[in-house]
Ligand binder design. Structure first.
Ligand SMILES: *Cc1c(COP(=O)(O)O)cnc(C)c1O
Length: 384
């Protein structure tokens, strides 16, 4: 079969699947159940918790984009992470990044507290330290999230995967921040790639969803079994909307990145800005890794202004068109304050350890006109 480029895969997904009416857009199958042709005959679709054509249209497209053998669509990014936790045997050892997504930390910490598994949170951006930890812990699963939130530190997937293979550990990568458009962890040696499709893949801020894709048939069977057993597969309607979003993923990522880079350029010349975290900048600690394993630097950026909450508040209020909100990857630009929002639960010491100061501001660059966006950021900076 011919291997198409990513934009083409997204455009062609599901076309030609409606044999009955030959509709261009694959129909939405809301039906919870499917009629048996004949008693005793197995069929592709029986009950929507287990399998559903609308979910298949989406997972087939994502599988092709990530170069896997298959996967599963789940009801949220967290459901996807829950599914990975459930294919492990009891007492498994899991290594995770110390600055991983808050929900990932909460899930694995709580499972560890209940004695179901052992969770080790380490600084994976320190490669030699991380490799030593892998040798010492001898883990069953290494969870990677790259680039990290909100400082966008990258982890070398290829290097960690090589080390993991040497001790028979699975490698799963949370690829939410870049989408399949800008990074393909399976090609770099990972076994499972995870997405919160809530973010860039759907891209329209109107679906909560998740996906897992693997390049290993044995893992795929386990994922499918546990997704059905736990009852956490995604709804057909959400899958339909998400495939609709996926059609424009590549072109959206280009604009997200263009807008992010423009904001970074403006910030880098501004006296009120102390520090900028964007992997596209040659002085970002992960610039080289990002350049090696990503096909773009993405649409997320963070920066630091000096001073307290009051100054951050004036910046945010001054910007006007950017809503203050968590989440990312939608058509709309968003501003957030990690210190009080995404990382609000950490102790002041933990915040310091992962580098989150009171003056740190994160922007998810949306699809607005670049000039309008720069004007908004400028207004905010003036208000400080
Ligand atoms: C949002 C997010 C998740 C969780 O996804 P939900 O769809 O909100 O459940 C996991 N990882 C990262 C990096 C995220 O940004």
């Amino acid at each position: 079969m011919k291997k198409y480029k990513k934009e083409t895969i997204a455009a062609k997904a599901g076309i030609g699947s409606d044999m009955h009416h030959r509709s261009i857009v694959p129909p939405l199958y809301l039906s919870s159940n499917f009629e048996y042709k004949e008693l005793g005959e197995e069929q592709e679709y029986e009950y929507t918790r287990e399998t559903n054509p609308s979910r298949d249209h989406l997972i087939n497209a994502l599988t092709e984009l990530e170069d896997g053998v298959g996967g599963e669509i789940l009801s949220s990014g967290m459901a996807a992470i829950t599914l990975v936790a459930n294919i492990l045997n009891n007492n498994s050892k899991v290594i995770l990044p110390h600055d991983c997504y808050g929900g990932t930390n909460r899930l694995f910490s709580s499972l560890a507290e209940k004695g179901i598994l052992e969770a080790y949170f380490i600084d994976q951006s320190q490669e030699s330290f991380c490799k030593k930890a892998i040798s010492k812990i001898n883990p069953d699963l290494i969870w990677i999230e790259t680039p990290s939130n909100p400082l966008l530190q990258a982890v070398d997937i290829q290097e960690i995967s090589k080390k993991a293979k040497a001790c028979n550990a699975l490698v799963a990568v949370d690829n939410t921040f870049l989408s399949p458009s800008l990074q393909n962890p399976l090609k770099l040696g990972a076994d499972i790639v995870m997405h919160s499709t809530t973010k860039y893949i759907n891209g329209h801020s109107d679906v909560i969803g998740g996906a897992l894709i693997t390049n290993n048939h044995e893992i795929l069977l386990k994922l499918k079994f546990w997704a059905n057993a736990l009852g956490i597969t995604g709804s057909p309607f959400d899958s339909y909307l998400t495939l609709r979003g996926l059609r424009t993923l590549s072109i959206r990522m280009e604009k997200h990145e263009k807008n992010a880079a423009a904001i970074v350029e403006l910030l880098s010349e501004h006296p009120k800005v102390n520090k900028i975290y964007y992997p596209g900048l040659p002085n970002h600690p992960s610039h080289a890794i990002a350049k090696k394993q990503q096909s773009g630097f993405g649409g997320m950026l963070s920066f630091e202004i000096s001073g307290d909450l009051a100054r951050v508040k004036s910046f945010i209020e001054g910007m006007k068109i950017l809503p203050l909100a968590g989440s990312l990857g939608g058509f709309e630009s968003l501003v957030s304050h990690p210190y009080t929002m995404t990382h609000g639960n950490l102790t002041p010491n933990q915040k310091k350890e992962v580098g989150i100061s009171e003056g740190l501001i994160r922007i998810s660059a949306g699809l607005e006109n670049t000039k309008d966006l720069l004007e908004a950021v400028n207004l905010g900076l003036e208000k400080i």
